[in-house]
Design a protein around this ligand. Structure first.
Ligand code: DAH
Length: 339
């Protein structure tokens, strides 16, 4: 028995392992249940009583040495592994470029937030619409030029299905389904059959606002517009309303703000007028309220609509509309710090 122990000690002294598999094979060979050291342990009972003390001590030593050796081998090849694959733990991590929100999303969120502070909530509607929601309900006469093939993408003729040309169609849906008071904004994409150039695109984005209640007046509209202009473009911003025409509002107006580039003194951006146009608005025509099932003798309201691209142009001086849909990284990454 003692001889066997000594020869195993020699063997274990010289063990080598290159990888995890070889190491595991050694562990099984010596230390598993049927391994050679365990077999010696099992045979310990047959050792004569007077040798039991010495053999027992040696056996325990052998087991301990084998365990230590296997552990040491493991550490050895794990360390050498690191060297072999040349992992440089001091290297900085691979640079992953930060994304940025799209400028139109940034501005849309800002518009939404301003109107939310006035108590408006967000409503959405379909981009593929029927003629009634986009035009008829909103008081567009059958021969109104906006229905012309040059403006509208027609998808189907009977019943007529179109790509919405403005987000005012969401107003129609909300008015049909909601009992006043109504206070909503409708952000969304719209489509027009335009030749693509630096100042026109076949799709763009609008935000529409609608407020209907008892006794809503033009003063309420003007107050909301002034609040919006100051929040969006700064406390010193002035507004002016010019009479205009939209089929669904009466009276109608277009709103200019004092040029946010020169502060109103005149510059090439505002064509030296000191003013830039930003949106259309007006008091909702009673016909529109009645078309959507709202009693125009009890309720009145205002509506306004603006292009998000237009507001973004003013905020960030993006002169070419096409930049917004070109996915040019060098353009988009400039908005990483915008909020
Ligand atoms: N829908 C109009 C357009 O696309 C914009 C607009 C003007 C919306 C006046 C309104 C409004 O709600 O009152 O040109």
């Amino acid at each position: 028995m003692l001889d066997k122990i000594h020869s195993l000690l020699d063997e274990i002294e010289n063990l080598r392992a290159q990888n995890a598999e070889e190491l595991e094979a050694l562990r099984i060979k010596y230390l598993s249940k049927k391994g050679s050291i365990s077999v010696l342990m099992d045979n310990f009972r047959t050792v004569p009583a007077d040798q039991k003390r010495e053999v027992g001590m040696k056996l325990n030593q052998l087991k301990q040495i084998a365990q230590d050796k296997i552990k040491a081998l493991k550490e050895e090849f794990e360390n050498s592994n690191v060297q072999n694959t040349e992992i440089d733990l001091t290297r900085t991590s691979y640079p992953i470029p930060l994304g940025a929100r799209h400028p139109l999303s940034i501005v849309k969120e800002e518009i939404n937030d301003i109107f939310k502070r006035l108590g408006f909530s967000i409503a959405e509607g379909p981009e593929i619409e029927d003629d009634w929601h986009v035009f008829s309900a909103l008081n567009f006469a059958d021969d109104h030029p906006a229905r012309d093939m040059q403006d509208t993408f027609f998808i189907q003729s009977d019943p007529q299905v179109v790509l919405r040309t403005h987000t005012s169609s969401v107003q129609t849906r909300v008015m049909q389904n909601t009992k006043p008071p109504i206070r909503i904004i409708c952000p969304g994409r719209v489509y027009r059959n335009e030749a693509i150039s630096y100042r026109a695109h076949c799709f763009f984005h609008q935000v529409e606002a609608l407020y209907i209640d008892k006794d809503v007046s033009f003063v309420d509209l003007r107050q909301a517009l002034l609040f919006f202009a100051k929040e969006m473009f700064g406390e010193d911003t002035k507004i002016r309303l010019r009479p205009s025409y939209f089929p669904f509002t009466e009276p109608s107006a277009e709103m200019d703000i004092s040029c946010n580039i020169c502060g109103g003194t005149g510059c090439p951006f505002c064509k030296h007028t000191g003013w830039v146009e930003i949106l259309g608005c007006g008091m909702i025509d009673p016909n529109v309220l009645e078309n959507c099932g709202i009693d125009s003798k009890v309720y009145s309201g205002y509506a306004l609509g603006m292009g998000i691209e237009r507001i973004t142009n003013l905020k960030y001086q993006v002169k070419d509309l096409r930049m917004f849909s070109e996915n040019d990284v060098s353009f988009l990454e400039q908005f990483q710090n915008a909020h």
